[in-house]
Ligand binder design. Structure first.
Ligand SMILES: [Zn+2]
Length: 162
């Protein structure tokens, strides 16, 4: 229960004076986190993962933050320098939340997987089109129009000895 919980309505809280500004490195990290959260929401949301769980040493318990709430907290942290991270989550189902470490690890894997897949796709497409007598410049312009990189500057006609 909540017995012994300290009163956090602290009148000593400095109302004026320089708010401790985040330095550029911290702000960059927060912006990156914010982007990550948006990608995670898009990628994991449809899989039924609603957010991330953080252990909070202050409350001595896990906080479940849905992606939107997490993004909101990060934005607030960027703008105001503090985050309302202790907001209680609404009846979370732990199965629907992953740890932030897991989320970040997933994201790393996902991004390199996605990059690899796109690279493979464009090189397959280029091979396919070339075999249908497309000219190299036509292939390149199609790939560019699709937002794909042309597969390497190296000439990959003929077998590459790996
Ligand atoms: Zn807390």
């Amino acid at each position: 229960m909540d017995a012994g919980r300290p009163n956090d309505d602290d009148p000593e809280f400095e109302p004026s004076g320089d708010p401790e500004a985040l330095d550029d490195t911290e702000r960059d990290a927060l912006r990156q986190d914010l982007l990550d959260v948006e990608v995670l929401k898009e990628v994991l949301g449809p899989k039924g993962i609603k957010g991330a769980v953080f252990y909070c040493p202050d409350c001595d318990e896990d906080h479940f933050l849905a992606w939107d709430l997490l993004a909101g907290n990060l934005k607030e942290l960027l703008e105001a320098g503090e985050s309302p991270i202790h907001e209680p989550a609404f009846d979370p189902d732990p199965d629907e939340y992953v740890s932030w470490d897991y989320a970040r690890g997933f994201l790393d894997g996902y991004e390199s997987y996605a990059a690899e897949e796109v690279g493979e796709l464009s090189s397959k497409l280029a091979d396919e089109l070339t075999s249908r007598d497309w000219r190299v410049d036509e292939v390149k312009s199609l790939l560019a129009r699709l937002g794909l990189d042309s597969p390497g500057s190296e000439d990959n006609a003929g077998g590459r000895g790996s």
